[in-house]
Ligand binder design. Structure first.
Ligand code: SF4
Length: 227
């Protein structure tokens, strides 16, 4: 991605450096780890362009950091949970090394990924929170269904639902791939696009074995960056 090449890289091997948009402490707002104080490591760059994206500021810019510097900054926050996110973190190869180093250091590590890139080499100790992009996202064609073979019951697949048609598509996709037997399945309303109550009512009416979730950080802090 050319955006990552916009400033000179330091003299650190490519496998040991990452382009970072921000590292910050907040509460985990999504997934099974919701509510835990968590350090977020947001990597710069994403090859997708979802219509509802709320992190467009991470598409470009950022700063090169060595893995050592990232680990030191994470440690400075003094919490046990770390989420590596983006953008699309797996778009940078050194992300895999960072995930392993974080696990080795004893953190509970999760990875938020779009589902468009290969997750096969992600350290198995990492909880993968993987999107399957719906039609209304505009990026459903990027879903890499081979990734489903690398998910375990410790992992989660997340659908961000924009409308009724998305809901029907997600429901069908869960059934087609027997997703609830592979991992936990999360349905979340697209912020500002679908009334949370509508999605909740649909799930209850259908008795779907999926977990409804709201983005806790947006309820608490709106769309403030670094939260
Ligand atoms: S994958 Fe995530 S970061 Fe990339 S465009 Fe979609 S919502 Fe935004």
């Amino acid at each position: 991605m050319s955006s990552l090449d916009s400033s000179p890289a330091p003299a650190i091997p490519q496998s040991e450096r990452l382009r970072i948009t921000e590292i910050f402490l907040s509460l985990q707002g999504e997934s099974r780890s919701v509510g835990w104080p968590t350090v977020f490591v947001r990597l710069t760059g994403c090859p997708l362009r979802c219509g509802y994206c709320d992190t467009e500021y991470a598409f470009t810019g950022g700063e090169w950091m060595s893995l050592e510097a990232v680990l030191a900054q994470v440690a400075s926050h003094g919490v046990h949970h770390v989420t590596v996110t983006g953008g699309e973190p797996l778009a940078q190869r050194a992300c895999l090394g960072l995930l392993t180093r974080l696990c080795d250091a004893g953190y509970e590590v999760s990875l938020e990924t779009s589902g468009a890139l290969d997750v096969a080499a992600v350290d198995p100790r990492v909880v993968k929170v993987m999107d399957l992009k719906t039609p209304a996202s505009g990026e459903a064609g990027r879903n890499r269904y081979e990734n489903l073979g690398y998910l375990s019951l410790n992992d989660q697949v997340k659908f961000v639902i924009c409308d009724w048609a998305d809901y029907e598509w997600a429901k069908q996709t869960v059934a087609t791939h027997d997703l609830t037997a592979r991992c936990e399945v999360l349905f979340s309303p697209s912020y500002g696009q679908l009334a949370p109550r509508d999605l909740a009512d649909w799930i209850v009416a259908d008795r779907l074995p999926v977990r409804f979730q709201l983005q806790l950080h947006k309820i608490l802090w709106g769309e403030e960056q670094g939260r």
